[in-house]
Ligand binder design. Structure first.
Ligand code: G3P
Length: 214
């Protein structure tokens, strides 16, 4: 499973890109607002830091307007993937963009039928949101079950659309993404840092450090 960084904060991307294991970046309007810079500025900086798919989200609108906005982002860099919301207009936009060879990431996916609509329109990626679905259904495996169902559906019908597990809040979501066979998990900075940790690693290091002193 590939690891993407789910952030538009340039300092965070600078740091995690140095680890050498980040294959792409996803942004959305909330993350751009948090970053304090415009989407255009963020795109320009991020493409210089990570050589992989960078998702930039269009504003929700009619299909034609989304396609026009998508063309602008796609023209900025070869790695740009246009993030399109899961609506009827979004599906129409994805169909047009895929015929133009522009990569898309259909976002705010919460059901298998939404994933089927996105994949049928030719989406490059779909982004099921784990955390938000778990919150809604007050379960800790609702997002996990959705990932598994989408994976199975794509396999059954031979879709090439890749699954980006999104809205990841903690390590269990990362583990669930791995177990589900998701192609990618897009992970916020705080969870990325947690992924290297284990209490026994810390304990073991302490023991080895003391031994090394002797
Ligand atoms: O990947 C989508 C993500 O940024 C949304 O996360 O925590 O707002 O549901 P969250």
């Amino acid at each position: 499973m590939k690891i993407f960084a789910d952030t538009a904060i340039i300092k965070e991307i600078e740091e995690v890109s140095k680890w050498g294991i980040i294959s792409g970046v996803t942004t959305n309007p909330s993350l751009i607002a948090k970053s304090g810079i415009s989407l255009e500025e963020a795109i320009k900086k991020i493409v210089g830091l990570v050589d992989g798919p960078i998702s930039a989200e269009v504003a929700e609108a009619d299909a034609e307007s989304m396609v026009e906005e998508a063309k602008i982002y796609a023209a900025m860099h070869k790695n740009i993937v246009v993030k399109i919301p899961m609506t009827i207009e979004g599906v129409k936009a994805v169909k047009i963009l895929s015929s133009m060879g522009i990569k898309t990431n259909v976002t705010l996916v919460f059901s298998v039928s939404q994933a089927l609509m996105a994949a049928s329109a030719g989406a490059t990626y779909v982004s099921p949101f784990l955390g938000r679905l778990d919150d809604l259904l007050k379960q800790d495996d609702a997002g996990f079950n959705l990932l598994k169902d989408i994976k199975e559906m794509f396999r059954t019908y031979n879709f090439k659309t890749q699954i980006i597990a999104a809205s990841i809040r903690h390590l269990n979501h990362v583990n669930q993404s791995i177990k589900s066979g998701a192609d990618i998990a897009t992970i916020p900075y705080n969870v990325l840092k947690e992924m290297v940790k284990h209490e026994l690693t810390d304990k073991g290091l302490q023991i080895f450090r003391e031994a090394a002193k002797k």
